[in-house]
Design a protein around this ligand. Structure first.
Ligand SMILES: C[S@@+](CC[C@H](N)C(=O)[O-])C[C@H]1O[C@@H](n2cnc3c(N)ncnc32)[C@H](O)[C@@H]1O
Length: 494
C-alpha cells in the first residue's frame, strides 16, 4: 500500500525540520486554552485556501495517494496546521512566549512556501499526513481503545483541531489499521495487528529522521521558557548549587581577564549569582548564550542593573555558535551537556576556542533513584510508563561518566580530566518540584513528551497531586536525593 519508501519519507521529514517547520502545536508546548486571534487565523486560513487550491492538482494527488481515497479537506488543513504550529513554534523561539503576531505568521508562511518550492507540495502533505497519522495511532495504542466520539473530535490527542477526524478514521479502517468495536452500546476505535505494525514503522521513521528527538527537546525548552523563578527554585531545590558553582569556577581555572563563553546560561544565574562575571572582571569578556529567548531576556534585565559592560547575552545554540574562530580562552557550561547534540556542539566549541583554550562542563550523570521510597511513590505513574517502553533508567538521557570523556576525546580535546561531586536535590514542595525539575529542567522529559496530549496534561496534574500527599507523608529531611555530578574539562591542543 505504501507509495513512498521509509527512506524517502525520512528525507522529507529531515528537510521539513531543517526549514523550522512543525506539525501539532503541542510540539511547542501550547496549552489547551491557547488560541489565535481572529486576524492570525484569517492570515493562515487564507494562505491555506490559496496554496491548496493552486497546488493540490490531480497530478500531485496521484503522486501522493495514487488510487487511494483522499479526505477532501486534507491539503487545506495540511497547510493550515503546519502554518499554525510553525507560527507557535517560531513565537517560542523568537520571543519565548506563545504570542503569534502577524509578522510571525507571515514568517511561518514564508518558510512553508520555500519548502514547497524546493520539495514540492506533495511532500508537505505527506509529512503532515504521516505525523498526524502517527499521533492517531499512538494515542489509540496508549489508551488501548478510544471512544469513537472522542477520536473524531481529537479530545484526547489533538484537541486543537476544529474539524472532525472522521475521514482519518475511515481512511485508516480502509487501510486495515483500525477497527471499530461496540462495547455496552458504545463504539470504540482500536488498532488492528496491522495497525500496531504500522505504528512501529511510524516510530522507527520518526526516530530516524530526528523528529521525535526534536519534539522532546522543543517541548522541554518551551516549558523552560515560562519558568520565571529559575533562580529562586534552583537555590531551594539544589541548596549546595552555589557552592558547587564556585568550586567549578576554581576547578576550571577561570581567572580575571579571560574571554569566556558560557553555554546554556539561562537567566544568568552563573554569571551573576554564581560569581562568574565578577571573577572575569572588566579586563575580560563574558558571553552567555541560550536558545531560550525568555531566559536571555531575563539575563539582560539582570545585566541592566549590574553595570558590567564586559558581559553580553545572545540567543543562540551551542551547535551553531555565532562567533568567529578561536575567540575564547574558555567555553563552559553548567547543566547543559545533556541538552546538546553531539558531535556538532563539541565541534563548534572546539572551533570557537583558541588553541590551548579549555572546555569545561559541570553536569549530572545517569543515576537511578527508583529504589528510594518517597521518589518511587511520587513518580510511580511515570516509572511505570518508562518500564512499558523498556526503559530501566528513566533518567537515561543523562550522560554516563565515561561516555562524556570519550566524547571529548573523539572530538580532539586533550588533557581531559574529570571529577565526581554530588548535588543535593531537595524535594521542597510539590508544585515547585514539578515546575522546576519536571517541566523546567526536564527530568523524565522523554516519558512526558511522548504521551498523547491529554494524557500528558493529566500526568502532570497527577504528579502534582501525588507530590502533595508524599510531602505530607514524608518529613522534609527524608525528601532528599543525592545525584552524581561530573566536572569535566579538556583543552583544544596548542
Ligand atoms: C538545566 S538548564 C541550566 C541553566 C544554567 N546553566 C544553570 O547553571 O543553572 C539548561 C540550559 O541549557 C539551555 N540549552 C538547551 N539546549 C541548548 C543548546 N542546544 N545550546 C545551548 N544551550 C542550550 C536551556 O535553555 C537551559 O537554559
Amino acid at each position: 500500500m505504501a507509495i513512498y519508501t521509509n527512506e524517502e519519507i525520512i528525507s522529507f521529514l529531515e528537510a521539513f525540520l531543517s526549514y523550522g517547520l512543525v506539525v501539532s502545536p503541542w510540539l511547542a508546548g501550547v496549552r489547551e486554552e491557547t488560541r489565535f486571534d481572529v486576524s492570525i487565523y484569517r492570515i493562515l486560513d487564507t494562505a491555506a485556501i490559496d496554496i491548496s487550491s493552486k497546488l493540490w492538482t490531480d497530478e500531485v494527488k496521484v503522486e501522493v495517494y495514487g488510487a487511494l481515497p483522499i479526505p477532501d479537506r486534507l491539503a487545506r488543513t495540511a497547510v493550515y496546521e503546519v502554518g499554525a504550529s510553525t507560527s507557535v513554534s517560531m513565537a517560542h523561539d523568537l520571543t519565548g512566549t506563545n504570542d503569534v503576531t502577524e509578522k510571525i505568521a507571515h514568517l511561518a508562511l514564508t518558510q512553508i512556501n520555500e519548502y514547497i518550492e524546493k520539495f514540492g507540495f506533495g511532500s508537505l502533505v505527506i509529512v503532515y499526513g504521516f505525523i498526524t497519522s502517527y499521533e492517531n495511532h499512538h494515542a489509540i495504542a496508549y489508551y488501548g481503545r478510544i471512544p469513537e466520539r472522542d477520536f473524531v473530535r481529537g479530545t484526547l490527542h489533538r484537541p486543537w483541531v476544529d474539524y472532525s477526524l472522521s475521514d482519518e478514521l475511515l481512511f485508516s479502517i480502509y487501510l486495515g489499521n483500525y477497527k471499530v468495536i461496540v462495547i455496552d452500546q458504545v463504539r470504540y476505535v482500536e488498532l488492528t495487528a496491522h495497525g500496531y505494525e504500522t505504528l512501529k514503522n511510524y516510530e522507527h521513521v520518526l526516530k530516524q529522521s530526528g523528529y521525535l528527538d526534536k519534539k522532546v527537546k522543543q517541548l522541554q525548552i518551551s516549558n523552560f521558557n515560562v519558568l520565571d523563578k529559575y533562580d529562586e527554585y534552583s537555590q531551594k531545590i539544589w541548596p549546595n548549587s552555589t557552592l558547587l558553582r564556585s568550586s567549578f569556577l576554581n576547578w576550571a581555572h577561570i581567572s580575571p581577564g579571560m574571554r569566556v563563553l558560557e553555554l546554556g546560561c539561562a537567566d544568568g544565574i552563573f554569571a551573576f549569582e554564581g560569581g562568574l562575571a565578577e571573577r572575569i572582571g572588566k579586563k575580560g569578556l563574558l558571553v552567555g548564550i541560550d536558545p531560550s529567548a525568555a531566559m536571555i531576556a531575563r539575563a539582560e534585565r539582570k545585566l541592566s542593573s549590574h553595570l558590567m559592560d564586559w558581559v553580553h547575552f545572545y540567543k543562540a545554540r551551542a551547535e551553531d555558535l555565532p562567533f568567529l574562530d578561536e575567540l575564547f580562552d574558555a567555553v563552559i557550561g553548567i547543566g547543559v551537556w545533556h541538552f546538546l547534540q553531539f558531535p556538532k556542539a563539541l565541534q563548534e566549541v572546539y572551533r570557537a576556542l583558541k588553541p590551548g583554550g579549555v572546555f569545561a562542563s559541570f553536569h549530572p550523570t545517569n543515576s537511578s533513584f527508583t529504589h528510594i521510597p518517597f521518589f518511587r511513590e511520587w513518580f510511580e505513574p511515570l516509572l511505570r510508563q518508562a518500564n512499558m517502553r523498556n526503559q530501566e533508567k528513566p533518567l537515561d538521557y543523562l550522560p554516563v561518566y565515561e561516555q562524556a570523556q570519550q566524547e571529548m576525546e573523539q572530538n580532539g580535546f586533550v588533557n581531559i580530566s574529570s571529577d565526581r561531586r554530588e548535588i543535593i536535590n531537595h524535594f521542597v514542595s510539590s508544585d515547585m518540584v514539578i515546575d522546576h525539575l519536571i517541566l523546567g529542567v526536564g527530568w523524565f522529559q522523554e516519558e512526558l513528551s511522548l504521551l498523547p496530549w491529554k494524557a500528558r496534561e493529566e500526568m502532570i496534574n497527577e504528579l502534582r497531586h501525588r507530590g502533595t500527599i508524599v510531602c505530607e507523608q514524608y518529613p522534609d529531611s527524608e525528601r532528599i536525593l543525592h545525584a552524581q555530578i561530573q566536572f569535566i574539562k579538556g583543552n583544544r591542543p596548542l
